[in-house]
Design a protein around this ligand. Structure first.
Ligand code: ZN
Length: 406
């Protein structure tokens, strides 16, 4: 008996330490005990490429922290290494990927490009890729906060970081009451419409159907274009009626627990040489979703993660949304599914060359590029540069652009 106990002790101590990591198994998120690659510490989540810290702490998360924090740190660490391996294979020249990055979990302070984190201003439920401090940042300056500006700190320079905000269940206050108070404010009207757009129209229609909320107006395919052409005020009462229900949805997102969100954020970092961080665009968000899909094979990003993701709509590679000028003009649409579904269709149409071509197209794009002209041109230029059967590939790409209304 003693010998067996001793032997089993030897075996477990020979094997590397394992941690609880959230992974996708089929469509579900499950937790598995897994080893972590490139760890350089036996006590904290600090490795060759990633150092996981809590909020604004400077030391890495300890292996003896609470269970939830350990699971977040381990999940983020595990998937970031997978994402790094993926990008290192397709972008071997990208030296950004070889540096050690600071990853913040359970972050609650808002981002500010001049001072990094804002004290007293909070953000929950989401993730953000933060660009390194630029010449615009107030490095070395003393910034003071609080009512009497009594709380001061010197702003230190920082490198690219990824933040995973602390999850928090947020219930919207009664929208109907809110609406009656604010219905005439232009900001509120814009927000209502933005919410509809953000929700991705087909998804909205579907949920409206399920809730038996459909009426004649909503059956119209393009509520937004209608609003634009006949005037917002004309459709607002209807929009209000339905979006009130949407608004009541509780919001909760534990982004550090969902593999494809981690891939999405790392994609922003890997692609930041082309598409600058700190400014969300349709192309930037679309490409990050596309690569999150390539790494995870998840076609509805964020779906089937009930425990960690409430009240938001998944990003769908099979979204039927067609191009309209708003996709380029309205920033909230960058977080919809259009560009993701466009890249998804190109991925299929361009076959085994898709990844190489789409990656090459980024060399023709920047943080100000639009979909209609810049992206379509970039794909065709990329085919010219690296495609094998150029004519067939161009026809395939043009077909996709046409199918998606571009
Ligand atoms: Zn993003």
């Amino acid at each position: 008996m003693k010998a067996i106990l001793f032997a089993s002790f030897l075996i477990t101590s020979l094997f590397a330490k394992t941690f609880p990591v959230n992974i996708r198994e089929g469509k579900k998120i499950i937790t598995k005990q897994l080893e972590l690659e490139n760890l350089e510490s036996e006590k904290v989540f600090e490795g060759k490429y990633f150092k996981i810290v809590k909020a604004l702490e400077t030391d890495a998360v300890s292996f003896s922290d609470n269970q939830e924090t350990i699971k977040r740190a381990a999940t983020v660490y595990y998937h970031l290494n997978i994402a790094r391996d993926y990008f290192k294979a397709i972008m071997p020249q990208n030296q950004e990927l070889d540096k050690q990055m600071i990853i913040r979990i359970e972050k609650v302070r808002k981002w500010d490009s001049s001072i990094h984190s804002v004290k007293g201003e909070y953000q929950y439920n989401g993730s953000l890729s933060v660009p390194a401090s630029s010449t615009l940042a107030n490095i070395g300056e003393e910034i003071c906060y609080g009512e009497n500006n009594s709380d001061c700190k010197i702003v230190e320079p920082w490198e690219n970081e990824i933040w995973f905000f602390a999850p928090k269940l947020i219930k919207e206050s009664s929208t109907v009451e809110m609406a009656t108070n604010y219905i005439d404010s232009p900001g509120y009207k814009k927000m209502l419409l933005g919410n509809l757009l953000y929700a991705d129209f087909t998804q909205f229609m579907f949920s409206a159907f399920q809730k038996e909320m459909v009426d004649d107006l909503l059956i119209e395919q393009h509520l937004y274009s209608m609003a634009m052409s006949i005037g917002l005020t004309a459709v607002l009462p209807k929009v209000l009626k339905y979006s009130a229900k949407l608004f009541k949805t509780k919001r909760f997102l534990d982004s550090a627990m969902i593999p494809e969100i981690i891939y999405h954020e790392y994609s922003h970092i890997a692609l930041s040489t082309f598409l600058s961080l700190g400014n969300s665009t349709a192309i930037g968000e679309g490409f990050s979703n596309y690569f999150a899909y390539k790494m995870s094979k998840v076609k509805k990003l964020g779906a089937n993660s009930k425990k960690y993701y409430k009240g938001e709509l998944p990003k769908k590679i099979n979204s039927k949304v067609l191009y309209s000028i708003e996709q380029d003009a309205v920033q909230s649409l960058a977080w919809g599914s259009f560009t993701f579904s466009l890249l998804g269709k190109l991925d299929v149409a361009l076959g085994e060359e898709s990844e190489v071509i789409l990656l090459k197209s980024l060399e023709y794009l920047n943080g100000h590029s639009n979909l209609r002209f810049d992206f379509t041109k970039a794909v065709l230029s990329a085919i010219d540069e690296v495609g094998k059967n150029k004519l067939a590939l161009k026809i395939a790409a043009l077909n996709v652009f046409q199918e998606k209304g571009l």
